[in-house]
Ligand binder design. Structure first.
Ligand code: ZN
Length: 203
């Protein structure tokens, strides 16, 4: 497993560097449709790899549930860019290029709020599936926002935006993120599976 984690970290780093090169510096980069589609694929791939890494820490979940969660994280990582359409109020390319404003799915504080609500709900109701799903949401939005943050910083409404994240720092954060989230996941997971002990002898 340690070997798998090292390989996955390396693949995440390579995907981020190579993906940015293909999207922004290749000979097709001048084409907006190419940039939009390839950018979505890179975001999805990073979500896929991050969730795979996350599940390399989890041995008790069945493979079908893990695969569904990985699929969800992959799709959500790409889907976040759908808000370009909401901001432009159009699906036409000429309206989607050069958007000045960012959509709500690119607001980091919005997703942090969703995360807190989901964590509280899952914890209070002891719903392990929602608890796992919350970490998929965290991996999807944080990997997407950190990668976008290399160009535009993090949007922390109502506090404004951070400066753009340094390229090497953003790649490092992407590689570290799945380990940190898995650590926090495992920290509280026991509370979901622990059975309530009823002392019948005291009745
Ligand atoms: Zn984006």
């Amino acid at each position: 497993m340690r070997f798998l984690k090292a390989i996955l970290s390396l693949v995440i780093i390579c995907t981020a560097y190579l993906g940015d090169f293909v999207v922004f510096k290749s000979k097709y980069s001048a084409s907006f449709p190419f940039r939009a589609i390839s950018d979505s694929i890179v975001h999805g791939s990073l979500g896929f790899l991050s969730s795979l890494m996350f599940f390399s820490y989890e041995n008790n979940l069945n493979s079908e549930a893990s695969a569904l969660n990985v699929l969800f994280c992959t799709i959500l990582s790409s889907f976040i860019d759908i808000d370009h359409i909401f901001v432009a109020k159009s699906i036409y390319l000429k309206d989607l290029t050069n958007l000045k404003q960012r959509g709500i799915f690119h607001c980091t504080t919005f997703f942090l709020l969703i995360t807190v609500i989901l964590l509280l709900y899952s914890y209070l109701n002891r719903k392990l599936n929602i608890y796992i799903l919350t970490f998929m949401v965290v991996l999807a939005f944080s990997s997407h926002h950190i990668r976008d943050g290399n160009r535009r910083g993090l949007w922390l409404y109502p506090f404004g935006s951070s400066p753009p994240i340094d390229k090497n720092l953003y790649v490092f954060l992407l590689a570290v993120l799945p380990h940190v989230t898995a650590y926090f996941y495992l920290l509280f997971k026991g509370d979901f599976t622990r059975h309530v002990f009823v002392d019948y002898t005291a009745v």
